[in-house]
Write a protein that binds this ligand. Structure first.
Ligand code: NDP
Length: 466
């Protein structure tokens, strides 16, 4: 049987683009469809614009800190939101074009259209009505924001998709949720001069992160002037002339210009024709795949957030690359999901790799903790009351480092390099044997000699060394 393409990729985001490009370089005839803008969430309305806005926000701290270092600013700096939005737009347009160019250079045919699956080998293009057959179909459609809690008036709230391009800067911003997106946007908008309220249902931010990092970040968010409402959610939203009136579960009503819902993302599978093709999905609509991103339908594969494995851009890229190598490159490659480093781009940042203290104590007989909390050097002259936290979790029986967690400037950069050491199964003794780079914050990681706590499995309290 002959097909129009060897591979048809649905979704021009991080995972889909990588899979398409690598498959084409292996000699496959590849087509990729994108209904919005090439680059996907990460490039267009996720990681990249977010980081640009984080950079913009940090100037606020630099302006405030400058005085302690002898600078006098001639006048109070003024932030102009439309300038930032326009500059961001220019940059992501440039990046999106590069994605297109690189695909074209590799010989991939780009289809600017919505594609839906008709059957195991057929795709329908919604606008031009064409039907295309492919030997293999790869679904890489990512995820979309969950608009919850679904309280009356929730239609007045927005997701991170809209926040980047608001025509008017939100002076009073309510952020709902306590995950990555919530804390990152709360942190950056507070610095861009919004009065930010952060409301979430749990008792603390960033469920699943190390508790000391969660507590430390919460303190830093408060230092940034963010009003934190733990265990509080809206119950009703009403639009009035003076703003959005939000009745909250703590009995109070508060007024905002914008409400950001950052309560998670859901696999983008609705309306794709997956049911008709018989592709199995789980309860949240994620496509079920095996270690080689194969679905239960032999010709259909899926990578990235649409499979709800580890929802991070670099993971989607690896999955896309491994899929292309396996299907078109003649070598079986699967992704290693162990020790995935990650960063939360608040200010200060969280950088982390490996197990939290809680996870380690559940799995190991003896867990040693080495922890430091100190004022970063820059804060000494500026007087900023910020604390850097560093925490190394060690298997007390083998001395292997199980996890490293940092709250501090450039913690994301540190996490990337620590990821290598932890992946190589470095021991605490290897950290200790490494010469410090002075004066840096990260030197603390190789000079932390005194154990803060030792925990024995099944014991609840800290043991020797406390
Ligand atoms: P997260 O899963 O990180 O957080 C979701 C938050 O919403 C949690 O606080 C959760 O509470 C809360 N929540 C979920 N459902 C409800 C509900 N029905 N009512 C009230 N609260 C609710 O999702 P995000 O939206 O922050 O981010 C989406 C994905 O994007 C993440 O999986 C992450 O991997 C990725 N991302 C990564 C970034 C990075 O690497 N720096 C940056 C931004 C996003 P609870 O904790 O109680 O469950």
């Amino acid at each position: 049987m002959s097909f129009d393409a060897d591979l048809f990729v649905i979704g021009g985001g991080s995972g889909g683009v990588r899979a398409a490009r690598i498959a084409a370089t292996h000699g496959a005839k590849v087509m990729i469809a994108e209904e919005y803008r090439m680059g996907g969430t990460c490039v267009i309305r996720g990681c990249v614009p977010k980081k640009l806005y984080v950079y913009a926000s940090r100037f606020a701290d630099d302006f405030a800190d400058a005085e302690g270092f002898g600078w006098t600013l001639p006048q109070k700096p003024v932030f102009h939101w439309p300038t930032l939005v326009a500059a961001k737009e220019k940059e992501i347009t440039r990046l999106s074009a590069i994605y297109g160019t690189n695909l074209a250079k590799a010989g991939v045919e780009i289809v600017q259209d919505r594609a839906e699956i008709v059957d195991a080998h057929t795709i329908a293009l919604k606008s031009d009505g064409r039907r295309i057959t492919a030997k293999i179909i790869l679904v890489a459609t990512g995820a979309t924001p969950v608009l919850e809690p679904a309280v009356p008036g929730v239609e007045h709230a927005i997701s991170s998709n809209e926040l980047f391009d608001l025509p008017d800067f939100p002076k009073r911003l309510l952020v709902i949720g306590g995950g990555y997106i919530a804390v990152e946007f709360a942190s950056l908008f507070a610095r861009l001069s919004s009065q930010v309220t952060l409301a979430f249902r749990a008792d603390n931010v960033l469920r699943g992160f190390d508790d000391d990092m969660r507590n430390g970040l919460r303190t830093e968010l408060q230092h940034a002037g963010i009003d934190i409402l733990a265990g509080t959610l809206p119950t009703r939203i009403e639009k009035r002339a003076d703003g959005l009136h939000v009745a909250c579960s703590d009995g109070q009503t508060r007024v905002f210009d914008q409400i950001l819902l950052a309560t998670g993302r859901r696999p983008h599978t609705r309306g794709l024709g997956l049911e008709a093709a018989g592709v199995a999905m789980d309860g949240v609509g994620a496509i079920k795949v095996d270690a080689f991103s194969r679905t239960n339908v032999a010709s259909i594969f899926a990578v990235g957030d649409v499979t709800n494995r580890i929802n991070l851009t670099p993971v989607a890229i690896r999955e896309g690359h491994a899929f292309a190598d396996t299907q078109f490159g003649g070598k079986e490659v699967s992704v290693d999901y162990s020790h995935v480093p990650t960063a939360v781009f608040t200010t200060p940042e969280i950088g982390t790799v490996g197990m939290t203290e809680t996870e380690a104590r559940r799995s190991f007989n003896v867990v040693d903790v080495y922890q430091a909390s100190f004022r970063p050097m820059k804060g000494t002259l500026s007087g900023r009351p910020e604390k850097t936290l560093m925490k190394i979790i060690v298997d007390g029986e083998t001395d292997q480092v199980l996890g490293v967690h940092i709250l501090g400037h450039e913690a994301g950069e540190m996490a990337q390099l620590l990821g290598i050491a932890v992946k190589l199964k470095a021991k605490k003794a290897d950290f200790d044997a490494t010469m410090a780079v002075h004066p840096t914050a990260s030197e603390e990681l190789v000079t932390l000699r005194t154990r803060t706590a030792r925990y024995l499995r099944e014991t609840s309290g800290p043991g020797a060394g406390v």
